[in-house]
Design a binder for this molecule. Sequence first.
Ligand SMILES: [Zn+2]
Length: 181
Amino acid sequence: MSVEHPEYRLGADPKINYPIKVQYCGNCTLPIEYCEYYPEYEKCKQWLERNLPTEFEKVKLGEDGNETGTGEDEKKRQKRGGKGMLKAKKKEDVPKLVTVSRAPRGKKKSVTVVTGLSTFDIDLKVAAKFFGSKFACGSSVTGEDEIVIQGDVKDDLFDVIPDKWPQIDEDSIDDLGDQKR
Ligand SMILES: [Zn+2]
């Protein structure tokens, strides 16, 4: 609830000297609140300090406030960055799992997407080459941990992968089925 009565607002604010005078800067000739956008702001500040010491104090206070603000922003940013670092470190804890799925390509063709091989420390380029020659089709690394084999070979992979890399057993291969278009 406001204590103020509306009629009081019509009167002059006793804290402000009327008429309000716009203070112009002797250096850049702009109203002093625009000085900070002037390239020679340092010179403006010097002029203010000499000619309008009270205004200069206000400018200084404002700057201090801004600095604190940025400092907090900086802290927040650092915190966010810190979280990211933690996540990156955790990569070693990523569960070892290979996923295979079928994705449509064109009207009738499908490709097979294999992800997770690098969680078993398998070189993706070597793996892509292996799939290519094994299935006699195109095969390439398409992402950080993704290989696309040009053909529907998903079901074969449950035999082929553990054969080639014994550290991956069939249970570590997750069948994601068909990817939607
Ligand atoms: Zn100025």
